[in-house]
Design a protein. Structure first.
Length: 79
């Protein structure tokens, strides 16, 4: 089964080897036909502590690394 890949913004890098990534998605409301924004936060593994708050990154699913971490940072998005 392929691993899911998402893009988001780092909102916290306070944990050791951990970053919190906020992923926003937009969809059309089925009844109101209005575009709705939803966001979710994911704890992702950052082995080298290389990423800082505010950066746009790509994360992908991985086997569980701790109680909350089921994602790992793949790399930066854009330049």
């Amino acid at each position: 089964m392929p691993r899911r890949v998402m893009q988001g913004t780092i909102v916290s890098d306070k944990g050791d080897k951990t970053v919190v990534v906020q992923v926003e998605r937009t969809y059309l409301h089925p009844l109101l036909k209005k575009t709705v924004r939803r966001s979710a936060k994911f704890h992702a593994h950052d082995e080298a502590n290389a990423f800082k708050t505010g950066e746009k990154v790509e994360i992908q699913e991985c086997p569980p690394k701790s109680k909350l971490k089921r994602w790992e940072v793949v790399g930066r998005v854009g330049a």
